[in-house]
Design a protein around this ligand. Structure first.
Ligand code: PSU
Ligand code: MN
Length: 302
């Protein structure tokens, strides 16, 4: 038998899990590679508060000097937000991080893996990775992890740095259930509309928790994706952000950016070029996702 690695939990997270209370996992690549210092550290704390406001306990997940962690101290959050030596870890990178004693921000795939090890079932993020535009060969491990790890992930859809229709097709092939909260259309991160419908609409967090339980009861064994559209008052103009994304993609291509650097490069570019407009929307949608994940987590233990 393989020995499963221990996850180092904060007292608060360990106690909440032991008592069967609602816990929401939060990722940390968004801190280390998704948003600029010092806003990233601030946002990490606000997102934790948004989870608490719903009556759930936040568990920010990362790798600290080779140790898988769920529930970070403010110092650990600051280190992820500020230090230059922090790597980006997908689930396949976790073994190497452990052996090398690395400190890493965990992507959606790695955060799901660690959440599952810790016994945390609900997870909030901004946007998941997916199928990149182009020849379709760059596919995020987030999709692969969703196919095999039973964690419910709340996101604001996927931004159009990706190929949204192909990402949705991939989720279907991988048999990952998709629920859209309060809308018919699958959201596109900065905007509520993507022009693509996918999954089932639900208007109540309790129904989403019930579907998740039903998926388990049929032995599906996958994760579940909940797409939560950005509130209208925070959404960006679709044409404007579309043009910005096209320019960022062209820049990535011209500079030969590849592999795990692609997504952080594009995010950094969008934040810089829009002078904080993209960042502001990103922050609002993450908070919105944390609130919904908190409500689902509370419904799931109720
Ligand atoms: N998309 C965003 N913001 C993010 C990410 C994706 O809009 O911060 C991060 C998440 O951590 C996600 C990861 O899991 O990027 C996907 O990276 P890749 O495309 O290299 O799989
Ligand atoms: Mn990739």
């Amino acid at each position: 038998m393989t020995q499963m690695t221990d996850v180092s939990m904060s007292d608060e997270v360990a106690t909440a899990l032991a008592q069967g209370r609602a816990v929401v996992a939060l990722e940390s690549t968004i801190i280390s590679h998704g948003m600029p210092w010092p806003r990233n550290a601030d946002v990490a704390m606000q997102v934790e508060q948004a989870v608490r406001d719903q009556g759930a306990v936040p568990a920010t997940i990362a790798v600290i000097e080779g140790q898988l962690c769920a529930g970070l101290t403010p110092d650990q959050v600051e280190r992820l937000a500020k230090d230059t030596g922090v790597v980006k870890a997908a689930s396949r990178d976790l073994g190497a991080c452990i052996v090398k004693g690395l400190t890493a921000g965990t992507t959606v795939s790695a955060t799901m893996r660690i959440a599952a090890l810790a016994g945390i079932g609900v997870f909030a993020t901004g946007g998941i990775g997916g199928v990149h535009r182009g020849d379709g060969m760059d596919v995020s491990a987030d999709l692969t992890e969703l196919a095999c790890t039973d964690v419910l992930v709340v996101c604001a859809g996927v931004k159009s740095i990706l190929d949204i229709p192909r990402t949705i097709e991939a989720l279907e092939t991988l048999r990952v259930p998709v629920a859209v909260y309060g809308a018919d259309e699958f959201p596109a991160f900065y905007t509520a509309q993507s022009g693509v419908t996918a999954g089932e609409r639900f208007d109540d967090a309790r129904d989403i928790a019930a579907v998740w339980a039903a998926n388990r009861a049929v032995g599906l064994g996958t994760g579940m994706l909940v797409a939560n559209p950005i509130p209208a008052e925070h959404a960006l103009d679709a044409r404007e952000i579309g043009a910005t994304i096209d320019a960022a993609l062209a820049a990535a291509d011209a500079q030969g950016v590849s592999g795990k650097d692609v997504t952080p490069f594009l995010l950094g570019r969008l934040n810089a070029v829009t002078e904080g407009k993209a960042l502001g929307a990103n922050i609002e949608l993450v908070l919105n996702n944390a609130r919904l994940a908190g409500r689902i987590a509370v419904a799931a233990v109720g």
